[in-house]
Design a protein. Structure first.
Length: 487
């Protein structure tokens, strides 16, 4: 069975890795990974500059989603897994040029502790009263999808949208809370609303169950023969040498003869018992195809085989993003607030979406005495920023950092030892209102095309673990329904 994988990001690489494993048991399996650029890994890219790790794309993955950590262990990287420094896990919101900490007890946009929320300067008195009244919400059956902003405003008011939902989701998705689907982005909250009405009551009940489960796991671990308590876990996990370690380890497991870099696939069409693709002017037959490219690219390729499917895929919106990494001498910039970094509401009118204090978030990845600040720009509402030259972006970040952190802390006279700018065009899929209905239609069309699978961040999760899971699942589905290889 010959399988083509189109797209060499982490989803495509995970699919290729799964096929390489399967080929070890069945030599009739062949695969080819097509990547239009000169490197594998997609948006995952790390650099080590004078002993400090700089993440040019994503810097970590959610620990609770196991697919990424499991893959790292399979690749022999288990000892390099590094949990986030949750002792310093405090996040700030920029409010009128001030950094205001998110109140203790905030879970998935839901305030669950009365006193910290009541005392927080993040919200006005009117907003706090509105949040308190949220406990009275009656159960509401889930009917039509709605935006995250609409759902949060119904429960907690407009201020919660502006100072919580908007900056948090902008930092994760590069998206707009007024456009993102509540049913897709916050499915647990939609379920809680249907059962409890009040999201606060629902979250408290869920937290109680979670604590009981954690206590049971800890007791079981302590009762095990080794007697060792469970290893410390952070909410995020990364690799000590950068996430590029995972890309390099994956690439090392693949047959170099099966990887075609700088080779865009320009056409894809159905053929008898399979698929015919065109790359570098040459047509090739494959029994199956895994499209692990962005949905807009996959839709363009599939238009010849299924015009409606192509339209649905191309209708999935995307945002672009920019990361600006700056390395400073820590003693020069003075004390930064204790925390992971800060988020910037759109209402502030700033270019930055967020900034991570990378040397605080993950301990041991920065050279001694250095501080790494990682700024994010772009997003769905600032696409024009992608065309700004590096010097303009750097100057913008320096100015806004100075205004937010205070010129005393980060004055314009202090030069960064190193600055790295990376642009990621149309890289972040946006789960707009109605996304699940669109996915139902897409899956119906895909099911009608034998030998076709989709993988990537546009469908069922935007994170690295989601992409890995979807890439590996795509292979397993295709192999389970394999057809005889084309003669």
């Amino acid at each position: 069975m010959r399988i083509a994988i189109i797209g060499g990001g982490v989803a495509g690489m995970a699919a290729a890795y799964e096929l390489a494993r399967a080929r070890g048991e069945d030599s009739s399996i062949e695969y080819t990974l097509f990547e239009s650029r000169d490197r594998l890994g997609g948006a995952i890219a790390s650099q080590i500059v004078n002993g400090s790790v700089l993440e040019c794309g994503p810097d970590s993955f959610l620990t609770e989603k196991a697919a990424a950590a499991e893959l790292c262990r399979e690749l022999g990287l288990g000892q390099d897994l590094l949990p986030s420094n949750d002792a310093a896990r405090k996040t700030f919101i920029v409010v009128k040029n001030r950094l205001v900490a998110l109140p203790d007890g905030l879970m998935f946009l839901v305030p669950t502790k009365l006193v910290p929320t009541a005392l927080s300067p993040l919200f006005s008195l009117g907003a706090k009263i509105r949040m308190g009244l949220e406990l009275l919400h009656p159960p509401r059956p889930s009917v039509e999808d709605e935006s995250v902003a609409a759902m949060v405003e119904r429960h907690f008011g407009k201020e919660a949208v502006e100072r919580l939902a908007d900056p948090l989701l902008s930092g994760i998705y590069g998206g707009d809370a007024c456009q993102l689907s509540a049913r897709t982005v916050l499915p647990k909250l939609v379920e809680m609303e249907a059962e409890y009405g009040s999201l606060t009551r629902g979250m408290l009940a869920a937290h109680k169950k979670m604590k009981a489960a954690m206590a049971a796991r800890a007791a079981a671990a302590n009762a095990a023969p080794s007697g060792k308590p469970p290893a410390p876990r952070g909410i995020f996990t990364t690799l000590r040498g950068g996430l590029q370690q995972m890309v390099d380890a994956l690439a090392a497991k693949l047959d170099p003869r099966s990887i075609r870099l700088n080779t865009p696939v320009t056409a894809l069409e159905r053929a008898e018992d399979g698929w015919r693709l065109t790359a570098q002017g040459k047509r090739e037959f494959y029994d199956a195809v895994i499209l692990a490219s962005p949905a807009w690219a996959a839709g363009s390729l599939l238009s010849a085989a299924d015009a409606e499917l192509g339209q649905e895929l191309q209708a999935i919106p995307y945002s672009s993003s920019i990361t600006v990494n700056l390395i400073f001498e820590e003693s020069q910039i003075g004390p930064l607030p204790e925390g992971f970094g800060f988020l910037v509401p759109a209402s502030s009118g700033r270019a930055m979406l967020a900034c991570t204090f990378a040397h605080r978030k993950f301990v041991g990845r920065t050279a001694p005495g250095k501080a790494v600040l990682r700024a994010f720009l772009g997003g769905i509402n600032q696409e024009a920023m992608m065309n700004e030259p590096d010097n303009v972006l750097i100057a913008t970040v320096r100015r806004e950092l100075s205004e937010i952190l205070g010129s005393r802390i980060l004055g314009t006279h202090i030069e960064a030892e190193h600055v790295q700018v990376n642009r990621w065009r149309r890289a972040m899929a946006q789960y707009a209102v109605g996304h699940q209905d669109r996915m139902k239609r897409i899956n119906e069309h895909v099911a009608a095309l034998p030998g076709l699978a989709l993988a990537g961040n546009a469908y069922d999760g935007i994170g690295i673990p989601d992409c890995i899971r979807l890439g590996r699942q795509a292979v397993k589905r295709l192999l389970a329904t394999r057809v005889p290889s084309h003669a």
